[in-house]
Design a protein around this ligand. Structure first.
Ligand code: MN
Length: 204
């Protein structure tokens, strides 16, 4: 899943399902189809699987407050038999079958810099298109023209203006609380995706 997220800065939240969670990176620019162009991908917290199809708004003042658009979806396959180890080692090679991102890609972790005692380390990675028939050196920014949702066809503006879906992402002590989705009852009953939060998941 990739969510295009208009928060403090527009970015792409790239998520791979692994072992029951979404491993997640915030990619600061549109993924490029040119293998020579590397995109910074900042490792962020694992996200719950039921966030993966979310599209709507996160209230201002909460973690990631802004508008979320489902920008891509599909399946991924590791290029090796050891994706967990590759992830831990900072070099994960994957095959994507998304609606927009396709073919071979790699995530490569950079050496940590500026590590200060008592501060959480943000691991920086690079998201790189690998050379294959889906690579396009002549049109490195081709994915920039894709500005609509793969789920609803809406632009970010349309989602911001009309969306009833709200995701509460309150943090506690600097860590993300388990997110809870809330919506007015009428909306909840109409939209299948707006499931009731499970017991114990209510954000405080
Ligand atoms: Mn985000």
């Amino acid at each position: 899943m990739v969510q295009r997220h208009d928060a403090t800065r527009l970015h792409y939240d790239f998520r791979l399902e692994l072992d029951g969670v979404f491993k997640s990176w915030a990619v600061t620019k549109t993924p490029s189809l040119d293998p020579a162009v590397k995109r910074l991908a900042v490792e962020v917290e694992d996200h719950p699987l039921d966030y993966g199809t979310f599209e709507g708004t996160i209230p201002k003042g909460q973690y990631g407050g802004g508008t979320v658009q489902l920008w891509d979806r599909g399946t991924w396959t590791p290029q090796t038999d050891t994706p967990e180890r590759d992830l831990a080692n900072g070099h994960l090679k994957i095959l994507l079958r998304g609606e927009r991102m396709k073919g071979k890609w790699a995530l490569v972790r950079l050496r940590d810099r500026d590590v200060r005692p008592g501060r959480a380390v943000r691991h920086n990675w690079l998201l790189i298109k690998e050379i294959d028939e889906e690579a396009d050196r002549a049109h490195p920014d081709a994915l920039e023209k894709d500005i609509t949702s793969v789920k609803t066809g809406r632009t970010l503006d349309e989602i911001a203006r009309k969306s009833h879906a709200v995701w509460n992402s309150n943090r506690e002590d600097g860590k993300p609380a388990r997110a809870v989705r809330t919506a007015p009852k009428s909306v909840r009953s109409k939209k299948k995706m707006l499931r009731r939060p499970r017991t114990g998941m209510r954000a405080r």
